[in-house]
Design a protein around this ligand. Sequence first.
Ligand code: CAA
Length: 379
Amino acid sequence: MVFEFTEEQRMIQETARNFAQKEVLPKAAELDETGRFPSELVKQMAELGFMGVAVPEDLGGSGMDNVCYVIAMEEISRACASTGVIMSVNNSLVCDPLMKFGSDEIRKEYLGPLASGRKLGCFALTEPGAGSDAGAQKTTAVKDGDFYVVNGEKNFITNAPEADYAILFAMTDKSKAHKGITAFVVDMKWMGVSTGRHEKKMGIKAAPTSSIILEDVRVPAKNRLGNEGDGFKVAMYTLDGGRIGIAAQAVGIARAALEDAVAYSKDRKQFGQPICDFQAIQWMIADMAAEIDAARLLTLRAAWMKDKGIRHSKESSMAKLFASEAASRAATKGIQIHGGYGYITEYPMERHFRDARITEIYEGTSEIQRLVIASSLVR
Ligand code: CAA
């Protein structure tokens, strides 16, 4: 076992860290306050090759591996968790299933523009009545010649208001339950596709979230990913990868909490000395650092397994479960270390606290991750 990054992995870490520090971090507070979509940062990330990191170059991506992807995700999310999730959705939830399940025609038409960052994607699985129970899809796709006619509503879709394309899941045969779900790639400009109001969220405010309404949308049959009935497996395969991205996002947020807490504790004086000299503060910092390292190692292991083509459902869930809960614990401690200053918006700690919270919910709640881990152990 070699605990060392390759030359390429070191290079992407340095590039992502410089970009995150110089371009992303200075804008993070404003993005959080206004909820503005960071289109200029997304464009810069596209130029750096961050929107399709693990997609081969001949398919329009950067031709790196998933370890590189999580390294870059951590750096971007350390600066701004909203920008991190915009990147993560495009990489993991959109490019990855197109790469794995798309026909040559689909890859050419959709994957190239998405992986190069000229276009942005979203992943439309969740519905008002199908959250954790992803198999309970109500959206329908009815075959009509060379088309499917799609009707339904998706909600809580990250990137939807800005997206060009969606990976869409719909029921083609209700009698078969989850085996009747089919996946498609859909152009958000097609007739009958519209987005609902932007959700006002607790955190990751600059990552736009809305519903998608589908009214008699005619989707060409050639836009199907895989066969009819493969949709649930497409979704689960995709989320196995997506959860690695969210774990990396959580590691980034946790690191922001730790680094900001350490800096503050060295600066803040009480009882005539910097508060970092007090053991009570040191213990909190030590716990944060140990948990962040553990979370990062779980995340890197899952990414490495994905690169090696080893089934990694359990390891992805472990990484996401541990990293997301560690991020929330780190931000809670960060606020405690800041005292009253952790509770006001002048300091970024309360943003880290709000941003961390969603990592325990989206792409499968902590409870769903425990379920995936446990079922792989007891089945
Ligand atoms: N890869 C491939 N196939 C898989 C799989 C995987 N990881 N996991 C399950 N499957 C297959 C099973 O083998 C099984 O196949 P058969 O029917 O052929 O036997 C089938 O799928 C059904 O599996 P289960 O019986 O385990 O399914 P379930 O309904 O009991 O539970 C679940 C599945 C894990 C709870 C799943 O519904 C789940 O992950 N729910 C959470 C949904 C989620 O994460 N949503 C996130 C939305 S996207 C998002 O959040 C994006 C964002 O905003 C950033």
